[in-house]
Design a protein around this ligand. Structure first.
Ligand SMILES: [Zn+2]
Length: 339
């Protein structure tokens, strides 16, 4: 195994290196404040754990905290970083436990607080742009070229309830490799995604790097069992990729795994008060009431019903659903891929 030149450092074989990345922000001033008290003269700070294994193999990137209020991925990545033994590792691993540190320290649940940039929706960014554009560009230029496979950990945000699922890219060059990796996880719902502008989806579609996005946990909470489940999925993925062995028995062979062609987000077309009638992870029949929209006087505006048979993946439990906010996300039964 060779030395590894990455992020301006040299990592020896059998070495784990903890480092704070400082993504250059050039001369951005006010909008470049990383978080109160921290200026960007030293760059946008992001923690990284870099593992150079004992033997050659694949290089895996694991990111969490791209949406900073989707918490459980962060402690899961930290735990894997502490338990992964480079002497027992084939290949290399880049662990980024919290990408959106400015959102994390300012309790900003999704986008970057500096410029409202969504790192899971506005790739590829640009080198002389805003904070978010520069971060995306940093991944495109400095991180993705090092990587053979990537995993991005997310969850439901504030006000959302969901069932764990894994998105895999639709692009034909990477679809099969990503899907077979998704089948190696302990996640019951596998959903094909047509997204192309997010962290993993841009890498999949534009750079032919297969990857997965796990959604687990919700509501701005960080429950212990979600952290443990994310940790297990990281270990199972590394086992699948031949990077290290997951403990025997960790893979849940009895779990019912279902593949869907898409998740459909039913969005509000009116500013209204949303009262859901269903819970996440429940089947619905065509015509079933999913929820209703009211005004501030309790007058009904409309009902939202299932067009077809399906399975509810996400429910928005936030009362406020302005135009464009989603009500529920459903996988229609006729989009299920039979195995
Ligand atoms: Zn997210």
């Amino acid at each position: 195994m060779d030395n590894w030149r990455i992020f301006g450092e040299t990592i020896a074989p059998c070495e784990t290196r903890r480092m704070t990345l400082r993504v250059p922000m050039g001369d951005i001033e006010n909008r470049g404040e990383v978080y109160p008290g921290r200026r960007t003269s030293r760059g946008y700070e992001m923690p990284a754990i870099i593992v150079n294994g004992a033997r050659p193999g694949k290089t895996l990137l694991v990111t969490a905290g791209i949406h900073a209020g989707e918490f459980n991925g962060t402690p899961a990545v930290i735990r894997v970083g502490r338990e992964l033994d480079p002497a027992e590792t084939s290949g290399r691993v880049i662990l980024l436990p919290c990408v959106n540190t400015s959102g994390f320290w300012t309790l900003h649940p999704r986008t970057l607080p500096e410029d409202d940039f969504n790192l899971n929706g506005q790739y590829p960014g640009k080198p002389d742009g805003t904070v978010g554009e520069r971060l995306a560009d940093f991944f495109v230029r400095e991180v993705f070229p090092q990587v053979d496979f990537m995993l991005d950990l997310h969850g439901g945000s504030r006000g959302e309830r969901m069932t764990p699922l894994v998105f895999f890219p639709t692009h034909p060059k990477v679809r099969e490799e990503a899907l077979s990796a998704a089948m190696a996880l302990n996640v019951g719902f596998l959903v094909e995604s047509r997204a192309t502008k997010g962290q993993y989806s841009y890498a999949a579609h534009d750079l032919d790097i297969p990857g997965l996005l796990i959604e687990r946990g919700d509501g701005y909470f960080c429950e212990r069992e979600w952290v443990e489940a994310d940790r297990r999925d990281i270990l199972l993925l590394m086992d699948h990729l031949g990077i290290c062995k997951a403990p025997v028995g960790m893979f849940d062979a009895a779990l019912n795994r279902r593949i869907f062609r898409e998740a459909v987000y039913l969005e509000s077309d009116v500013d209204g008060l949303w009262i859901p009638a269903v819970k996440a992870n429940t089947p619905v029949k065509a015509g079933a009431l999913l929820g209703a929209v009211y005004d501030f006087y309790g007058e009904p505006i409309r009902e939202v019903r299932a067009e077809r048979d399906g399975h509810v993946l996400y429910v928005n439990t936030s009362l406020s659903t302005p135009v464009g906010e989603f009500h529920v996300a459903v996988a229609w039964a006729d989009s299920e891929v039979k195995m």
